[in-house]
Ligand binder design. Structure first.
Ligand code: ZN
Length: 202
């Protein structure tokens, strides 16, 4: 008998059906696992992997967390990302760094979703990268505007010197934010930077 379940029945974070999973089986069945890493041509990232295609229920899971501030499924998402890191060897890094948000946004939202998603990881060091100013959402900006929007928005700590870093975020679309983070870490002496996200897509 699950006594806690009587008093705190779990509801699926996505469809609100009662059950005992943070994301119910029906919603999970509608998600599309990504089979491959995104190929990278040139750029600051060594590798880039994502757990799901950023569509349908996966996109909803991201939005529920970030915009509706529903966190009941964050632990599950984090666990799935940690398993992906393990499968792909990306857990073999010196430090895991959640993509930072500016403190003003953190005050509004109450948490940084990337930090929540890093909870199932070890060697998490959010202090290695800081966002020094708030930036506009990248969505709807032109390529030039995107670059200007992020220029100099991050500062890395000296301790990243010679470290291999795994950046972690909820979603990557254009990749602009992760690329600027990676550039900042490499300029500060990081040996290599890879990216893991819960979802990826356009
Ligand atoms: Zn559901």
């Amino acid at each position: 008998m699950d006594w806690l379940g009587i008093f705190y029945p779990t509801k699926c974070a996505l469809c609100a059906r009662s059950g005992d999973a943070a994301i119910c089986e029906r919603c999970a069945a509608e998600m599309e696992p990504l089979q491959h890493e995104s190929p990278l041509s040139e750029g600051p990232l060594t590798r880039r992997v994502a757990y799901l295609d950023y569509t349908g229920r996966a996109a909803q899971a991201v939005r529920r967390l970030k915009y509706d501030r529903v966190t009941s499924h964050a632990a599950l998402m984090s666990q799935q990302m940690a398993e992906l890191a393990d499968r792909t060897g990306l857990d073999q890094v010196d430090a895991v760094v959640p993509v930072p948000i500016h403190w003003t946004r953190r005050c509004l939202r109450g948490f940084n979703q990337a930090e929540l998603l890093a909870e199932a990881f070890t060697r998490v060091q959010p202090e290695l990268l800081r966002r020094t100013r708030p930036t506009r959402p990248q969505v709807g900006l032109s390529t030039d505007e995107r670059l200007n929007n992020l220029q100099g928005a991050f500062v890395a700590d000296d301790r990243v010197n010679r470290q291999s870093i795994l950046l972690l975020d909820d979603v990557t679309t254009s990749g602009g934010t992760a690329l600027e983070c990676a550039k900042t870490l490499l300029e500060r002496g990081a040996r290599e930077v890879s990216l893991i996200t819960y979802a990826a897509g356009g």
